[in-house]
Design a protein around this ligand. Structure first.
Ligand code: KIV
Ligand code: ZN
Length: 536
């Protein structure tokens, strides 16, 4: 099968988009993830854009083994020299200078104010200058898709004759259709002078949601390099997502007849690394890496997947490095899925015990949405021993602001326990929230440390006031770590502070339920949780 090079531009085109800027350390982390993915080229930045970007390119080139490291450069001596400077310690064979110049009439007339002849001369001079520093030079005809065909052929022929080894044909504004791109690449392969000696490359933006389709059409038309970004980040609507391109090529190798060298089991790790560095997870429904990409909540789908995963899955989650059985329990789930997950946790539910558990499970799902393993364990063990696994609730929380200059805020928290009644504690910490969490942790006896907290505020609709005049409009979701495991909690309330504390109590209750089940397990032979008979 024909090999396709994967050119990753997450740290250049991706970083250019608002909200995605990365520090040097962030870029180094990302570059390590990309090296594990085994991409062919890492475009680490745009050296002339800022000293920080140049430093990041140098750091990536010095640290990362494997992929070719590339810097972008406008078609000017200064930019080419900045790129060469940033890549100075990199062996000639492992560095690429990527020169670009706008070629379309709109770029020539309005942005560059250059004639066709000046553009051709600009390409000639910049590519030949870049070849003085690197054996591997890429030329991009910016806005190639809106460039007159004959002129595009001329531009690319000049670049090839000056020694460019890769000719990139960007759809800078995401305007093309797959048929047009296919036809264009076919045309370029036969008309560009020096075409047979170079690699043609596709670089598609997603303004019309066609970036992946266009990249694959370019490959069918003869492109042998695809430029893409992890999670599809990039200018405006983004670039073609690397994970989509790679998994489409792998899953439909029968239709496309090409392959990449990407280690697909590293895809999820790269996506998560990027999400952490930029603080922006991909949307839940994003193909391949979104939280829902391999999740099944609807009862009919779950039943099918439990019988044979291929009923609703065309790829295996393990192929992208995700370990999941794909079953997400929520209000749409059926009895089959509940019984199967309960059995995997050691609870054999049938008949009346399954009916009862199913009722309690649906009530909980209506309230909180997704029922994760810890919450399900709490439900099942609560049903088994007839006691509530969430005995604690919040009565009151007050914060006393520090008065002395170096003093800390003090939280006074009052919880209600189903059997023990009211319990109060005071705690101080550098922050008010930490103080409140500490007081709760001492009352409940659960050493849960907050890892992540997310708040959503929905402004009350003035036309539809809540019946009691005080609708809950804060939603808090919290993740805590307890004994090395992570537990989720959530709460809705009117005000932020009590809402955060209630969510922390919820997560700590899940942690406590799991701890209790573990304590009850027989240590010598116990699996993660004990296997039990049906809890009627
Ligand atoms: O979209 C584009 O045209 C680019 C070039 C600089 C390659 O990102
Ligand atoms: Zn681009």
């Amino acid at each position: 099968m024909t090999p396709i090079r994967i050119f990753d531009t997450t740290m250049r085109d991706g970083e250019q988009a608002p909200g995605f800027s990365m520090t040097v350390d962030g870029k180094l982390r990302m570059a390590r993830a990309l090296a594990k993915l085994n991409v062919d080229v890492i475009e680490a930045g745009f050296a002339a854009a800022s000293p920080g970007d140049a430093a990041a390119i140098t750091a990536v080139a010095r640290t990362i083994d494997g992929p070719v490291i590339c810097s972008l450069a406008r078609a000017s001596r200064g930019d080419v020299e900045a790129a060469a400077g940033a890549l100075r310690d990199t062996p000639r064979g492992r560095k690429r200078i990527h020169v670009f110049l706008g070629t379309s009439p709109i770029h020539r007339d309005y942005k560059l104010r250059m004639s066709r002849a000046e553009v051709l001369e600009g390409i000639r001079a910049a590519v030949s200058h870049a070849r003085g520093f690197a054996d591997d030079v890429e030329f991009s005809a910016e806005d190639a898709i809106r460039t007159e065909r004959d002129f595009l052929v001329e531009c690319l022929s000049v670049a090839a004759s000056e020694g460019a080894t890769t000719l990139n044909v960007p759809d800078t504004v995401g305007y093309a259709t797959p048929e047009e791109i296919y036809d264009l690449f076919r045309h370029l392969a036969t008309h560009v002078q020096g075409g047979p000696e170079v690699i043609f490359s596709a670089h598609c933006h997603d303004d019309l949601g066609l970036a992946v389709a266009n990249s694959l059409a370019a490959v069918r038309g003869g492109a042998r390099q695809v430029e893409c970004t992890v999670n599809g980040i990039g200018e405006r609507a983004g670039n073609a997502p690397l994970e989509d391109v790679v998994m489409a090529i792998r899953t439909r190798a029968d239709a496309l007849g090409v392959r990449t060298g990407v280690v697909t089991t590293e895809i999820m790790a790269a996506s998560r690394t990027l999400a952490q560095i930029t603080n922006t997870p991909p949307p839940r429904n994003k193909a391949i890496v979104g939280a829902n990409a391999f999740a099944h909540e609807a009862g009919i789908h779950q039943h099918g997947v439990l019988q044979n995963r291929e009923t609703y899955e065309i790829m295996k989650p393990e192929d992208i490095g995700l370990s999941t059985d794909g079953i997400v329990l929520g209000k749409h789930s059926g009895r089959h899925a509940l019984a199967a997950r309960a059995l995997s946790l050691g609870y054999a539910l049938e008949g009346a015990s399954l009916d009862r558990a199913f009722r309690v499970f649906k009530e909980a799902a209506d309230e909180v949405g997704t029922i994760d393993t810890a919450r399900l364990l709490a439900i099942l063990s609560g049903l088994e021993n007839g006691r509530s696994q969430r005995p604690w609730s919040l009565n009151k929380v007050d914060i006393r602001a520090p008065v002395a200059p170096n003093a800390q805020p003090v939280a006074r928290v009052e919880l209600e326990h189903g059997e023990r009644g009211r319990v109060t504690d005071l705690a101080s910490a550098p922050g008010a929230l930490d103080a409140a969490f500490l007081a709760v942790s001492r009352i409940m006896g659960v050493p849960a440390r907050v890892r992540h907290i997310e708040m959503q505020y929905t402004a009350a609709d003035p036309d539809e006031p809540a019946a009691d005049g005080q609708g809950a409009n804060v939603l808090v979701e919290v993740e805590v770590e307890c004994d090395g495991e992570v537990f989720a909690g959530r709460a809705r309330a009117r005000d932020i502070l009590p809402c955060c504390v209630a969510a922390y109590i919820d997560a700590s209750s899940n942690a406590e339920a799991v701890r209790q089940v573990r304590r009850a397990a027989v240590p010598a032979t116990s699996p993660a949780v004990p296997v039990r008979a049906a809890a009627a």
